[in-house]
Design a protein. Structure first.
Length: 160
């Protein structure tokens, strides 16, 4: 599948790069079950690009982004090598996989169709956005952020 930044003249997500979160969630519906399909971390990414795999994800992302989703973000570390959501504390950027202007990025997912599946399955992908993580809101006494689905698609696949 392809994720495109076709309309913005800047990287996505944009704005406060330390706070903005964008992710691709992929799942399949088999019968009455919805099964998340997990992204594979890119080589050399320290798993910052897959929710739930990064060293600081439980503290920073919490439950905002479904585990296994491909995350597009910038990760800042402070002087103690801890991830920070305050850019003024940052001493370096250790990861940035935001989508470049006019970039179309191919994302590949693999999953095993359950042996009990028959008929049709539905594959679904959605690109989502969060202006700041709940962990940041809680520290500052702000309301929880609103999750926005930017785009989604689905496809029905026949099982033979």
């Amino acid at each position: 599948m392809a994720v495109a930044n076709s309309g913005a003249g800047h990287k996505l997500p944009t704005g406060s790069a330390d706070l903005r979160q964008m992710w691709l969630a992929v799942d399949t519906q088999v019968g009455g079950r919805v099964i998340p399909i997990t992204a594979t971390p890119a080589a050399g990414s320290d798993a910052f690009d897959v929710a739930g795999k990064g060293k600081f994800d439980s503290e920073i992302l919490g439950a905002d982004i479904p585990k296994g989703s491909r995350v597009y973000r910038t990760v800042f570390l402070d002087a103690r090598n801890q991830q920070t959501l305050q850019s003024y504390e940052a001493t370096r950027i250790v990861f940035d996989n935001r989508l470049e202007p006019s970039e179309t990025r191919k994302e590949t997912y693999r999953f095993v169709v359950p042996a009990t599946a028959s008929g049709k399955i539905v594959l679904r992908a959605g690109v989502n956005y969060l202006s700041y993580p709940s962990s940041f809101a809680a520290r500052l006494g702000l309301p929880p952020p609103k999750h926005v689905e930017i785009a989604s698609t689905s496809r029905v696949v026949a099982i033979r």
